[in-house]
Design a protein around this ligand. Structure first.
Ligand SMILES: [Zn+2]
Length: 338
């Protein structure tokens, strides 16, 4: 089969790789129907994370089950499945508490931007659709493997409740999904912080009620102005930079929570300031498996269409172009098909 290999920063190649095979009896092999590039794939692509040697890459996928190991009970060949960006047994204490992202037996994948994928711990990782999905649902189902579940987790972590005023820092695919999540969870007002007209437009269609284009102190000032000087009840931090975290913390009202899901890079928390502002911070990698059944239901019943974050589709063998488009921000998010 063929799959994406990150050789060095800026150098992704679509190459021959060994066909994945069942190694553990809990494994499954799936044939990829769609995959995508994550914002976090861009960290090594941009050389901000080191690339000591060539490695397969990608962790967002959906596909058809080809083969299952002898211990797999809930997943059967022919099913259409989605899995989160980490594997989980869904039975250990952390999984039972809803934090499958911290599964005692879980881990990552051997590169999902490829034609076939070995999924370990299939029963505890994958969720199957009720039947073969209609073509137009594929982008939204794919988004559940990471961005939509991550945006949802940001909103849940920030404690979004009906009637709240929510601010979202970041207008990438996760931020946009965070807007959708906040609206779906009943927020009265959703203020998105965005400087890009096309992203503002999609945010408004996803349920944002206001747009703040300013950043830094000016952006915080605008959030305060829009909330009578109080600050937002809940803030979703979907970027991961020090500037974004500060913007989120300082836009939150006393007693409020920031849900943070952007992988932190160069962040130093102002603990003293956080202490006296009574603002809390909660989040981390999304336990996708916790939310998958519910989110799949919402997509299947056409309540939400998070797949709209994909604004470019390319053949999987042009995966290098997908990285370039996302790196240069000519695309919000790219959908890849074998
Ligand atoms: Zn577990």
């Amino acid at each position: 089969m063929r799959g994406a290999i990150l050789h060095a920063p800026g150098d992704v190649r679509f190459e021959e790789r060994p066909d994945p095979v069942i190694i553990e009896p809990t494994d499954t092999i799936i044939r990829t129907v769609a995959a995508s590039v994550c914002g976090s794939d861009l960290w090594p692509y941009r050389g901000i994370n080191e690339v000591p040697k060539p490695r397969p890459i990608g962790h967002e996928y959906c596909g058809i089950v080809e083969e299952v190991g002898t211990d797999v009970t809930s997943i059967t060949p022919g099913q259409f499945v989605v899995g989160g960006f980490l594997t989980s047994d869904n039975t250990c204490p952390h999984c039972r508490a809803g934090f499958q992202s911290a599964c005692q037996n879980g881990g990552g994948y051997d590169g999902c931007q490829s034609e076939f994928i070995r999924v370990p711990l299939a029963d505890g990782t994958l969720v199957a659709t009720p039947e073969a999905p209609p073509e137009d649902l594929i982008p939204s189902l794919l988004s559940l493997s990471d961005v939509m579940a991550t945006g949802w987790f940001a909103a849940v972590s920030a404690g979004v409740k009906p009637g709240m005023t929510v601010a979202v820092v970041g207008d990438g695919a996760v931020g946009l999904c965070g807007v959708l999540a906040a609206a779906e969870l009943g927020a009265d007002r959703v203020i998105v912080m965005s400087r890009h007209p096309d992203r503002q437009k999609l945010a408004l269609e996803f349920g944002a009620t206001e747009v703040v284009a300013e950043r830094g102190d000016d952006g915080i000032g605008r959030i305060k102005d829009l909330t009578d000087g109080v600050g937002a009840d809940a803030v979703l931090e979907c970027v991961g930079t020090g500037e974004a975290i500060l913007q989120a913390l300082r836009s939150t009202r006393p007693g409020g929570l920031v849900g943070y899901v952007g992988v932190p890079h160069g962040v130093e928390l102002p603990v003293h300031e956080m202490f006296f502002s009574n603002v809390g911070l909660r989040g981390g990698p999304a336990p996708v498996r916790r939310f998958l059944p519910d989110l799949m239901d919402r997509v299947w019943n056409r309540r939400i269409e998070p797949g709209r974050v994909f604004d470019l589709e390319l053949p999987l063998d042009q995966v290098a172009d997908a990285y370039r488009a996302m790196d240069q921000r000519t695309a919000i998010k790219v959908l890849l098909r074998p």
